[in-house]
Design a protein around this ligand. Structure first.
Ligand code: BES
Ligand code: MN
Ligand code: ZN
Length: 506
């Protein structure tokens, strides 16, 4: 869908459908809506008075205009109570708007932006609006035949703006919103793709193609190089698979000086069968999404490079399948990581931490100011926090604070779980430095304890997205399947970035 910004007024706009936003507790109508209401013989105010249209969040109503104004139809969209409006409600209402218009079979819509009438600055509401409008149109249809009758497409959304002085801000916000939404859709596509069509080698091809287009430095390492680097975690997990592992490195602003270096690390298990500790069949198909962290890192790299942010940003993506097989790693095996540390693998299904350990150790070589890893790491995190919020653990208060704030602003919120010393007990091994699984309780935390052993040299935050990466049902701007979580959060984090204080309490 194209997004067009236009100065104009309702009186003259010959739109297919004019979209107005209304608040539940609105006392007076915006000028534009009042004009429409009058032309339509007060039918809008009547609907409100009779409570036929409540303006509750995401409620909609369509009215024909019978030629009384130049626009053919009017769409009313509720935003709830005015005092309670947030950026995410704007994102949702925008999502409801575009999917509603599309499903009516209309190919162009026009939003009367004045009707939003909010105290949030235009740079913010407009970006959120564009994100919601685009994200709600996302569909994963690579393998599905759609008949021409079903193939509705909303081709253009016009933002009708009344004031010239906000125009540049609005144009910029549209640009940023589009970059973010495109990156999220790219991430969703990768996650929704079946494993057979996104082997580590194919994921690496996607990363390389993107890097070339966006002038990002890249490197893809395969088994021989991984052996040289002693990446026993990634190689160990890959042992049981017919697909060879890849370690993808993306580096944006590689030559910049005097800027902070931020590393994103993403878990790239392109299918998690559990390995020899095989998972049960129920919902195992969903384990194609075990590379959601990797996909989010790729999407975030795409967005920050298009935005030309000043920081030096690196994406590290260890990729492999976790499969059982004659040469697979066995419970009880001991592996050695890139850092030299050893781990006893008591459960081959706790594989994410093994590939992340190598990547986190490798991240140290960049002497980064901050490292953030994203991983669909534990079912335990889903038990603890559900599917609304991402679990956060880390070793640095300042970085955790920044991630928390970025989460609030992007509405990809995080909630901290404690990473206290007492939990470290659980991953002590009799025969190796550590083991990969703790006891039956606090699994999200003991997984993070494991990771923390490889992230001792820099400020680090771990995000467990096991509950947030996948949607069970459709939302206002999400669909059943991949959510693309992490992209908006990372982009927000970088856009708000200021030089990281050298000495912070670890
Ligand atoms: N990829 C899974 C975690 C997961 C579960 C993600 C459900 C999304 C939805 C991970 O590799 C895993 O299998 N974790 C195990 C760890 C256990 C063996 C200690 C788990 O959480 O059960
Ligand atoms: Mn697993
Ligand atoms: Zn996994």
């Amino acid at each position: 869908m194209k997004i067009n910004v236009k100065i104009g007024t309702v009186e003259k706009e010959a739109a297919e459908i004019l979209v107005f936003y209304l608040y539940e507790d609105m006392r007076i109508m915006s000028e534009a809506l009042a004009h429409c209401n009058k032309a339509l013989h007060n039918s809008i105010s009547e609907l409100i008075k009779k409570k036929e249209f409540s303006a509750k969040l995401n409620k909609t109503m369509v009215l024909p205009t019978y030629g009384k104004i130049p626009a053919k139809r009017v769409l009313l969209v509720g935003l709830g109570k005015k005092k309670e409006v947030t950026l995410d409600k704007i994102r949702q209402a925008a999502g409801i708007t575009t999917s509603t218009v599309r499903d009516m079979g209309i190919s162009e819509g026009t939003t009367v932006t004045d009707s939003l009438d909010i105290f949030i600055p235009p740079s913010e509401w407009c970006q959120a609006y564009v994100e919601g409008a685009l994200l709600s149109l996302y569909k994963y249809q690579r393998y599905k035949y759609i008949s021409p009758e079903e193939r509705h497409e909303l081709k253009m959304l016009t933002l009708l703006v009344s004031r010239k002085d906000t125009l540049t801000t609005i144009h910029d916000a549209v640009k940023y919103g589009k970059i973010v939404a495109d990156a999220v859709c790219f991430t969703r596509d990768l996650i929704n793709t079946p494993s057979r069509d996104k082997t580590p080698a194919i994921l690496a091809d996607h990363a390389v193609k993107m890097a070339k287009e966006l002038d990002i430095h890249y490197k893809v390492m395969s088994s021989p190089e991984l052996k040289k680097l002693g990446m026993g975690g990634l190689l160990g997990v890959a042992q049981g698979s017919a697909q060879s592992p890849k370690f993808i490195i993306l580096e944006y602003n590689a030559r910049t000086k005097g800027q902070d270096t931020i590393v994103f690390v993403g878990k790239g298990i392109t299918f998690d069968s559990g390995g020899i500790c095989l998972k049960q069949a129920k919902d195992m198909d969903q384990m194609k999404s075990d590379m959601s962290g990797a996909a989010a890192v790729m999407g975030a790299m795409m967005a920050v490079s298009k935005m030309k942010v000043p920081q030096h940003i690196i994406g590290l993506i260890p990729c492999t399948e976790n499969m059982p097989g004659g040469s697979a790693m066995k419970p009880g095996d001991v592996i050695t990581f890139h850092s030299g540390k050893t781990a006893e693998v008591t459960n081959t299904d706790a594989e994410g931490r093994l590939i992340l350990a190598d990547a986190l150790a490798y991240a140290g070589s960049y002497h980064p100011q901050a490292v953030i890893d994203l991983a669909t790491l534990t079912g335990s995190c889903v038990v603890a926090l559900g599917t609304v919020v991402t679990g956060m653990m880390g070793n640095n208060e300042e970085l955790k604070k920044r991630v928390r704030i970025a989460g609030e602003r992007s509405w990809e919120r995080v909630w901290e779980l404690p990473l206290w010393e007492e939990y470290q007990e659980q991953i002590k091994s009799d025969i190796a430095d550590i083991k990969n699984v703790g006891g039956p309780y606090g699994g999200a935390i003991t997984a993070a304890c494991f990771l923390s052993k490889f992230a001792e040299k820099y400020p680090w935050v771990h995000l467990d997205i096991a509950g947030t990466a996948w949607c069970e049902k459709n939302g206002a701007y999400t669909q059943k399947g991949a959510s693309g979580v992490g992209v908006r959060l990372l982009v927000q984090l970088v856009r708000n970035w200021t030089r990281f204080p050298r000495k912070t309490s670890l």
